[in-house]
Ligand binder design. Sequence first.
Ligand SMILES: *Cc1c(COP(=O)(O)O)cnc(C)c1O
Length: 365
Amino acid sequence: METKSIRLHSHLLSLPVYQPGRPLEEVARELGLPFEQIIKLASNENPLGPSPKAVEAMKEALDSCHLYPDGNAYYLKEKLASKLGVLPANIILSNGSNEVIEWVGHTVLDSESNIVVSQYCFAIYPLVARMFGASVKTVAARNHSHDLKGMLNQIDGATKAVFIANPNNPTGTMVTHEELNQFLEAVPSEVLVVMDEAYIEYLEHPIDLISDIQSGRYSNLLVMRTFSKIYGLAGLRLGYGVAPRHIIGAMEKVRQPFNANALAQAGALAALDDQEYIRQSRELNRQGVTQLQDGFTELGLEFVPSFANFVLVRVGEGMKTFARMQEQGVIVRPMDAYQLPEWIRISAGTREQNAKCLTVLRQVR
Ligand SMILES: *Cc1c(COP(=O)(O)O)cnc(C)c1O
């Protein structure tokens, strides 16, 4: 039989597939261990589990799941808008904040254009750019963090977007308010600046860029946030973008009509009301990051001090350490894909999970 190949977009030929943290079930199956004996500290999930209020709200919403969700997510947008001090028209809900990154591709990228990112940036930015045939200008990191001046210098006439995660994943670093404001003032207004704030809620004193969107100070700024991290709802796939109306309006054109499902909307609405859960999560995380970092110091391991809910730690042979820890029932994240082969990334878990993780790390070294 003759097999003919479909004529794939040429820029997809060399594009790798994103490798997420390994799922618990998969590793349990492989090791022949019960699910409960395995700890996943690989995807920066909230170790407290979801807010009980969110779970309750989703149970109630189940009875209506024969109906399409509100495609405009009226109540959730209203609640977010009043919490953030913007209008609902400044908000777009997404199937995880990863979907917002894809919309940047749909709205501004093509094979003639480029994006500017930092070395050790979140892996999805370059993947999405290449998916749309755009090229990627990567600026060397400084102390594992963004070199914003260097990034500014790389912006050229073909640059359509710059991506900055603050705090950054996988390094956990943060840029200062002053550096960021200087950068935002200097970026040409035709270039979209995407600020990825997936971990912003972990900070005690975060930089407030949303008020700069509200005031009109930056017309080219898009802030991305998510319910996957501190809100503990990663499995629901819900994130959002906040931006001036003209940017949101463009993204609404490429959004699938029912991308934010009904359970996610119900869960998120309730989770936003459970600020005690958020406070507890932030506190648990502060203790967890300290516990991990103290443990690494004791083991004599170099790490990057973290502002988020994970720590990047240098173990020598990252892939081997990852594999050995996994055999002992602790899933962490190898960093080969980030060109950090000597490092692994460990999410902060509960006190017990962190302790087990450190014990296992000591054993496998
Ligand atoms: C986890 C993470 C996200 C969130 O992804 P979702 O699609 O919302 O689950 C976005 N950006 C960064 C840098 C992240 O680490």
